[in-house]
Write a protein that binds this ligand. Sequence first.
Ligand SMILES: NC(=O)c1ccc[n+]([C@@H]2O[C@H](COP(=O)([O-])OP(=O)(O)OC[C@H]3O[C@@H](n4cnc5c(N)ncnc54)[C@H](O)[C@@H]3O)[C@@H](O)[C@H]2O)c1
Length: 419
Amino acid sequence: MNPERIQNEGQINPARFSIKDSVRYMFGEQRLLFVLIGITIVALISNVVVIPSSSQSEPISASFQVAVSTSVPRRIAYELPTRNFDLVNAAGARIPLGLKSKSLRVLVTGGSGFVGSHLVDRLMARGDNVIVVDNFFTGRKDNVLHHLRNPRFELIRHDVVEPILLEVDQIYHLACPASPVHYKYNPTNVVGTLNMLGLAKRINARFLLTSTSEVYGDPLEHPQVETYWGNVNPIGVRSCYDEGKRVAETLTMDYHRGLNTEVRIARIFNTYGPRMCLDDGRVVSNFVAQALRKQPLTVYGDGMQTRSFQYVSDLVDGLMRLMEGEHVGPFNLGNPGEFTMLELAKVVQDTIDPNAKIEFRPNTEDDPHKRKPDISRAKELLGWQPSVTLREGLPLMVSDFRQRIFGDLKEGGSSMSTF
Ligand SMILES: NC(=O)c1ccc[n+]([C@@H]2O[C@H](COP(=O)([O-])OP(=O)(O)OC[C@H]3O[C@@H](n4cnc5c(N)ncnc54)[C@H](O)[C@@H]3O)[C@@H](O)[C@H]2O)c1
């Protein structure tokens, strides 16, 4: 350095200091190296402070947004985990432990079947995380296809007669073939229900059993109240279903009384609607499919036996109210409007084909003479009652059947799963 410009060692005369001198000064005695090390240390410290305030799984752009802005990025705000983790939200504020997110994790066994798939639609619309477990015996992937790409939805092929371990808050247990054609070949009620109750107990989930009006058998009381114990043939052709559901109810109450498992029991009466299995031996689906195919409507016996028919959306509403409510049940869920088989055939004729013929066949064994729910308990304690009449609901089902029968003849010819 120029001795004239430096008065003492390390001391510079600012008045006479040129750019060339300052560059020389920076490179002298490794000063630049020390400056770079300093910058690196500052950068490291500020990174340690920024990282925890964004979700670990968020892309780098999201972290950057958090660092430069105090507003909560949309994605992070909507995708907070659902359980009781000690969270740090995007704005850096802590969410205390024990504060549950509104979004529930719900297991629906039999969720790709008729009722199950409509229930899944409603749970998904509510924002829940839904897992469907189904062996596709009578259910179809088609029924839940529209959810497959949604990250809140999972579909597992599994038979509930085998145990399964999942983490959920609620279990809707529907898995069980519900039509006479199918349940004779696959009576899953007892073992399947036992497995699902075991799961509910283990993970402390609330369990809802979809039982049936069949537990009343051929009833000696009319209409049927929940306190009626029923009139069931324990060794008849239908008993694998009737008695299977009765045992399922017993197991459910035993888990509740003996092991404090939170349970709910619904006794479902005849339900109809879109996505019912074609040709499965249930009277509404039989009549509708026959009328559309220009076949005679088959009436078993004299056609004077009665049933009540509820539209599926009413049932789903009742099931969800029961699950969310405080009462164990059992609750009758059905439409009290009572129709003879001949009256039902008339409604089908009026809706689809006034010229449809009626063909009488000998009645099946143990067919109940009458069925009509008393729904006073559900009205009073769940605030529930059906709102869709048969004449309103039937056309909604007919358009779905028409599309499946004539839009895809292969599927229309089989009542079993297409997968
Ligand atoms: N639909 C009605 O009128 C009615 C009336 C009374 C009770 N219920 C009850 O409601 C529930 C649903 O009935 P649905 O009408 O939707 O019947 P469904 O046959 O359409 O649905 C049953 C579902 O369970 C699945 N399933 C059957 N066995 C299984 C097993 N072992 N493991 C896993 N999945 C299995 C089927 O593949 C199907 O997806 C049933 O428990 C039924 O007993 C229905």
